[in-house]
Design a protein around this ligand. Structure first.
Ligand code: LLP
Length: 414
């Protein structure tokens, strides 16, 4: 970590004038992704986890230009679907980890087909997934995902570690590993993931507990004469969304994980998604309507839950900043920033102090690089926004703005 590569980039650090220029050129709502920052985040991860295999969790942001930037840094890719595997390989990743959560047969067909020519390991979280892979003639590099019984993260909806949907229950792990070994799979090790957006010290304890549980299970498996040489502890590395939150200390986290791995010291794998891309992205939006009400000033903007779902889905907090040049001279008002979608959930922020917004002002929403564009939808027949890459002083279009014609493109003849 150096002054040139700080552990956090706050919304206030983005140059307002550049964002205003991009909005003028490309319209709003607009995602802006700074690829230099993605590389910085990758560099800090590689420094702290120099001995680990790092795979980017593609689900955080699967835009081709983002994938290419991350693939170029030498990281692998963790993929949750055949679609992600295809996109990761297209972008140049030469090492893919496919995490098969309740995998559709069509996905297994596709991934097994690709595995013939590419370095793809598969992580299974259910015994019958082994049968389904064997039926397709695949018996390659395999991880068994365990349900660690340890969950953590920013919201209950992302605490996978305690959700029975994910991973083999602890007491069944040794049996599933034996079955995989007998069937001739190349069983590398165990995998576990506690949840997403793990930031504070208590949750670091959860990370320790997760690793300790996995090591316990590795020991149990060793009792059945199968030696596992690798452990993947998933992703979940949080980033500060609020000014009051501090960034993770990656060195402390790495030390805690290594300590919990103990003497057995298996090869370590991690799968961060959010950490690489969250603070590399902002969502720029324009004010349509300002409506004083007895409760709050309702600020209607052109981005909504279809562009950034996290506030509606998880009550997630994203920083919001006015990009107007005279922001300092305006009085501060309490606002609720809402989108154009016909749902009460469609608010980007509530009770937020902002320099009094006016029609046509631009606002920026922070930490929008992870699970932003990726979770965008076309609900209310709203075309998805454009995405711009900033790269070494240049800007380019990573994804063009969707059009209303695009929305009907898949419909059959009427
Ligand atoms: N590995 C596995 C097996 C995962 O399930 C996930 C995330 C990751 C890695 C990456 O987690 P990260 O490092 O990004 O926290 N849409 C939610 C996040 C859902 C994450 C699901 N799994 C959000 O916007 O907060």
């Amino acid at each position: 970590v150096t002054a040139a590569n700080p552990p956090v980039r706050r919304l206030a650090d983005w140059p307002a004038a550049d964002l205003r220029d991009l909005a003028a050129e490309h319209g709003t709502p607009l995602y802006v992704l700074d690829h230099d920052r993605i590389r910085e985040n990758g560099a800090r991860l590689r420094q702290a986890f120099s001995d680990a295999e790092i795979s980017y969790a593609v689900k955080a942001n699967a835009i081709g230009s983002v994938l290419e930037t991350i693939a170029d840094t030498g990281l692998g890719a963790e993929c949750a679907s055949a679609g992600e595997v295809v996109r990761a390989l297209d972008a140049g990743f030469d090492r893919v980890r496919y995490t098969a959560v309740n995998p559709p047969g069509r996905d297994l067909d596709r991934v097994v087909g690709l595995a013939a020519d590419h370095d793809i390991a598969i992580t299974v979280g259910a015994s019958d997934t082994l049968d389904r892979l064997a039926e397709r003639g695949w018996a390659g590099e395999l991880f068994v995902r365990v349900n660690p019984g340890v969950g953590a993260g920013h919201h209950e909806k992302v605490r996978t570690g305690t959700d029975p949907k994910f991973g083999v229950p602890g007491e069944r792990v040794a049996a599933v590993v034996s079955k995989a070994t007998e069937r001739g799979f190349d069983v590398r090790g165990l995998h576990a993931h506690a949840g997403s957006g793990i930031l504070d010290t208590d949750d670091l304890d959860a990370h320790r507990a997760l690793v300790a549980r996995v090591v316990e299970l590795v020991d149990e498996v060793a009792g059945t004469d199968v030696a596992l040489d690798a452990v993947n502890v998933g992703g979940g590395f949080g980033v500060p969304y609020r000014e009051t939150e501090s960034p993770l200390d990656l060195a402390t986290l790495a030390a805690a994980i290594h300590e919990a791995l103990g003497d057995r010291d298996p090869a370590l794998g991690i799968e961060p998604g959010r950490y690489l891309v969250a603070d590399a992205g902002v969502l720029v939006t324009r004010v349509n309507t300002v409506k004083p009400t007895p409760e709050t000033t309702v600020v209607g903007v052109d981005a909504g839950m279809t562009d950034l779902l996290r506030p509606a889905l998880y009550d997630a907090h994203h920083a919001i900043r006015s990009l107007v040049s005279d922001a300092d001279e305006r009085e501060t008002v309490s606002t609720t920033v809402v989108g154009p979608v016909c749902e009460s959930a469609d608010a980007l922020a509530r009770d937020r102090e902002l320099p009094a917004p006016a029609r046509d002002d631009l606002l920026a929403v922070g930490n929008a690089g992870a699970y932003g564009y990726e979770m965008a939808s076309t609900y209310n027949s709203r075309p998805r926004p454009a995405v711009i890459a900033l790269d070494d002083g240049e800007s380019r279009v990573s994804a063009r703005r969707e059009t209303i014609d695009d929305l009907t493109r898949l419909e059959a003849d009427r």
